[in-house]
Design a protein around this ligand. Sequence first.
Ligand code: GLU
Length: 386
Amino acid sequence: MPKFPELELSESKTLEINTVAVAKRQTGETVYNLSAGEAYIDLDPNIESAIARAVAEGKTKYPPVAGIPELRSAACDWVNKAFRGNYNPGQCLVTPGGKMALFYLFQSFLKPGDEVIIISPYWVSYPVMIKLFGGKPVILERQADEAWHFDPAQLEKLVTPKTRLIVINNGANPSGVLYTQDEIDAVFKIVKKHDLFLISDEVYSGLAYDDDFRSFADFPEVTKNVVIVQSCSKNFAMTGLRVGFAFADKKIIELMAKLQSQSTSGAATIMQYAALAAVLNWEKIIPGINEELKARRDLFFNELKTKLNQEHTPSQAGLYAFLNLDKLTGSKEKDSDRFCLKLINEANVASVPGSAFGKSDFVRFSYGATKQKITGAVAALAKFIS
Ligand code: GLU
């Protein structure tokens, strides 16, 4: 009997609970799926017709590994215009989702023992990917009572000779914090001073609600120290189409493209045409998505007020409400894993335990669900808690 693989790897909790919710729904039950971060918003008609056109034109063969040239160019135009960047197509890689861009990056940069600074609460897959490639996540713990913002001096204290990367996710998943200009400027200074690389995960750039999103793209000579990860998933409500981007120095992009050529071969050709229609129309599509998700965010937090009589601070960006479990349950439950499991099994509301993000006393709800589902979910939640 040959030995089975022994890689120790946990499944992504955001997707694990989503799978449970989807399976439950398939049995005919009404499920309120507020787990995975995706906006239940129809595809923009330009994107839909681009897919139909790509099929009709037989765009079903392998794409160029780094992405179709039109898309690399249009994606640069988007980032350059929206965030005053200065990228050219050779500095852009099209990937099957932003997640794969992150995967290639950690694989490219990390050697065993390298340290990567991330901020807690962090997106579930950062520490897992870092460890997968021998790296060590070094965590800057942030707290809800500081609205999840951070003191750059505290971040700098974590820098050691082994630090290889810093990861910043602005419009952070799951906390919903939108970092200020001062925070972003300070991080860039730290990165420059210590000659480090920064991965700026900007996949929620279009979903900043109360203030402007600040990208790293407009710093001078940004490609020397920064890689920007972008995606169509959240900004254009295209989660299932799987198209993302990395913007970086040409040499980094070339290395990532080699990894891509040896692994996924790139994002699906038809979906690259869909992404092209999205980024060409970003000025029309993103404001509409932002407006709708802002309304859903407001609805979710208002429903908490009216149905649970609870005042939680609304998220500034992104798709998530990250709620303190103690407050939510009136100190009845402190374990987020147990809470989320009971909530899906007994009330058909899917959420994600804060433990997935390094905060086991919190729970995450995605308000990307439809308004009807949000209202139903909070009603079911209120009943469950009482
Ligand atoms: N990023 C989303 C989330 O956190 C999608 C699922 C995933 O890739 O983790 O829910």
